[in-house]
Design a protein around this ligand. Structure first.
Ligand code: ADP
Ligand code: MG
Length: 272
């Protein structure tokens, strides 16, 4: 198996994505304060923190998705040397999806209601690379199977309204993964799915990292997921970095009471 991750580990690893002293405000109200972190090829960064601590806001900023009220008011977000907040809309669109992929908490909701799943997947893959219809379908159905989406042929032909919420969520996850972006941002991607399926999605993320060297930022409530998957962990509290370090260090020797409480509050289904 072609294992890019292993190859890259041997090389000097340039950072793919870096946040440097980032502040983010909505209508002048700053909700993210002075956040810095770096993401290298093949690295999995877990971001944890209470609800409202700024996790989603942090990820959305990397895709220019803060909306009309939101703005990066200080600092830089670099993706491969390009400063995201400074990019014109058009350039940003070429990065989104192919360069930086995003899986939302309600990934299924971003599907178009009026086109079949197959048409949507085929089209978004074709935007980013030259691929035949048959090959797009083959890759999609193969991934469907891995994340427990049975009867891929039927799903391929379906409209979103014909699928359950959990199935749509998994189609949304598959859509982001099929573009094979070097950076994947996942915002509580599986919290609505049952535990068995959560594990399959997690395994598929690890597989992407293994084969393509995908770097992943994973926002999750589940410390167990972080402990099973993350290389580095960033703990957010009220929009500020409470801790940032290797998973080993943060999970085993948390320095802050806040982190200790987070660790204690979550069921550990995923222990290594
Ligand atoms: P988390 O994902 O950690 O639960 P969020 O990033 O969603 O937290 O929210 C962080 C803070 O930013 C919250 O106080 C939230 O109310 C605020 N916020 C998020 N989105 C908006 C918005 N579009 N307009 C105004 N405030 C927002
Ligand atoms: Mg959130």
């Amino acid at each position: 198996q072609n294992n890019m991750w292993e190859e890259q580990k041997g090389e000097r690893m340039e950072e793919l994505l870096s946040y440097s002293h980032v502040d983010i405000a909505f209508r002048g109200n700053t909700v993210v304060h002075d956040v810095s972190f770096e993401l290298h090829p093949g690295e999995i960064l877990g971001i944890v923190g209470e609800s409202g601590s700024g996790k989603s806001t942090l990820l959305k900023a990397a895709m220019g998705l803060l909306g009309r009220d939101g703005m990066v008011t200080r600092g830089d977000i670099f993706f491969r040397g390009q400063d995201i907040p400074d990019l014109p809309e058009k350039q940003l669109r070429t990065i989104c999806g192919a360069g930086i992929g995003m899986i939302f908490q309600d990934a299924g909701a971003s599907l178009s209601p009026i086109r079949t799943i197959g048409a949507q997947i085929r089209e978004s893959m074709a935007v980013h690379k030259k691929i035949t219809k048959a090959e797009a379908k083959r890759q999609a159905l193969q991934l469907f199977e891995k994340i427990d989406l049975e009867d891929g042929e039927r799903i391929w032909r379906s409209y979103p309204f014909e699928l359950s919420g959990g199935m749509k969520q998994r189609v949304g996850i598959a859509l982001a993964m099929l573009l094979e972006p070097p950076v994947l941002l996942a915002d509580e991607p599986t919290s609505a799915l049952d535990v068995a399926v959560q594990k399959q999605v997690a395994e598929e993320m690890l597989h992407l990292r293994e084969v393509f060297g995908t770097a992943i930022v994973l926002v999750t409530h589940d410390i167990g997921v972080v402990s099973a998957m993350a290389d580095t962990v960033l703990v957010l509290k009220d929009g500020c970095v409470a801790e940032y370090g290797t998973a080993e260090q943060v999970l085993k020797e948390p320095r802050r009471e806040y982190t200790k409480n987070l660790l204690a509050a979550v069921p550990r289904l995923w222990r290594k």
